[in-house]
Design a protein around this ligand. Structure first.
Ligand SMILES: [Zn+2]
Length: 84
C-alpha cells in the first residue's frame, strides 16, 4: 500500500476557517479579505455589455463576486483563497 503522507489541501470557504500559517506556524482562524479577481472582471465586462457602462461597477461592490482571500490571524501572511 502506498499511502500518500501529504496532508489534504485546505478547502477555504467564504468565512474565516482554521488553518496553519506556512510562515509563522500559527494555527487558528484566518482573516478574510475580499478581493477582485479575474472572475470579477469577467462579470463586470458581461454586465457592461448587457446593462451598460453604469452597471459594470456593481460586481466590484459585491463580495459574492470577489475571491475571499485568507490571511494568517497573527502575521497577516497569505494562506489561501476561496474561489467561486
Ligand atoms: Zn502567520
Amino acid at each position: 500500500m502506498d499511502k500518500k503522507s501529504l496532508a489534504p489541501p485546505i478547502v477555504f470557504g467564504k468565512n474565516p476557517s482554521m488553518a496553519t500559517c506556512p510562515r509563522c506556524g500559527f494555527r487558528g482562524q484566518t482573516v478574510v479579505n475580499y478581493e477582485a479577481n479575474a472572475n470579477t472582471h469577467l462579470v463586470a465586462l458581461f454586465i457592461c455589455l448587457v446593462g451598460g457602462i453604469c452597471c459594470c461597477c456593481i460586481p466590484y461592490c459585491k463580495d459574492s463576486c470577489k475571491a475571499a482571500k485568507h490571511s494568517c490571524g497573527r502575521c497577516g501572511s497569505y494562506v489561501g483563497t476561496c474561489k467561486n
